[in-house]
Design a binder for this molecule. Structure first.
Ligand code: SF4
Ligand code: SF4
Length: 222
């Protein structure tokens, strides 16, 4: 999801790469779970998130949809997001002690928080959201370490490729101005990247890219 933001207002004005040090480390969060509550529909899930979650929970995408996640339209694309529910609008993976019960398989947006991503010229860099994390006196940590994601370079490429596939699709759909084309593309995207199960015993990225190149070809022909 791409949003117009005033970087000066929401960040420390700097952009960070994977090897930079950033003041994002809130320690162990120490009982705080503020960013797991009241997040609305903002924790949008990409195919890697679904691969991780369905593997960790040994369930299907459809089972996640029953109560854990929901679908929304983001810039013309139908995408899943973590569902916040209950009086305190909490993520369903948050336990009573305020801990994430899927920590090893938590989504990418949860991993980078309080960092955000700024996409530019086919790439992205991180920015530090200074008003989001409730913890005072955060310490410095290398971005790569904070994000805690294996195969960092491959992961960055995946994040970019996924983002720009959605952006290109959004542009094409807008140009077509055809509800049927939009509906068919969205169903195709949802089935191909989210509903079609991934092989859990195999690496994610080769499986993703097989689907990605197929989707690129389909998009070309729209
Ligand atoms: S998945 Fe875990 S880290 Fe992410 S919002 Fe839910 S409880 Fe918090
Ligand atoms: S707001 Fe900051 S300290 Fe609180 S749970 Fe989120 S990352 Fe941790």
């Amino acid at each position: 999801m791409e949003r117009e933001i005033d970087l000066k207002a929401v960040s420390d004005g700097r952009l960070y790469g994977a090897n930079d040090m950033v003041k994002a480390d809130c320690g162990d969060c120490e009982g705080c779970s503020a960013c797991c509550r009241g997040m609305g529909t903002s924790i949008i899930l990409d195919p890697l998130d679904i691969f991780r979650m369905t593997g960790y929970l040994n369930c299907s995408f459809e089972q996640l949809l029953e109560e854990r996640i929901e679908l929304q339209v983001v810039d013309g694309m139908i995408l899943p997001n973590l569902k916040m529910a209950g009086a305190d609008e909490a993520c369903s993976f948050l336990n009573r002690e305020g801990r994430c019960t899927i920590h090893p398989a938590r989504p990418g947006i949860c991993r980078i928080f309080p960092l955000g991503r700024l996409y530019e010229n086919g790439a992205f860099r991180y920015f530090l959201q200074i008003h989001e994390c409730k913890k005072q006196n955060r310490t410095k940590i290398k971005v790569k370490k904070w994000i805690d994601t294996p195969e960092a370079a491959t992961n960055e490429q995946f994040i970019c490729d996924w983002h720009y596939l959605l952006k290109d699709a959004e542009r094409v759909i807008q140009e077509k101005k055809d509800d049927e084309v939009s509906k068919n593309w969205n169903l195709y995207l949802l089935k191909l990247f989210y509903m079609k199960p991934y092989q859990m015993g195999e690496a994610f990225y080769p499986q993703f890219y097989q689907r990605y190149f197929e989707a690129r070809e389909v998009l070309e022909r729209l």
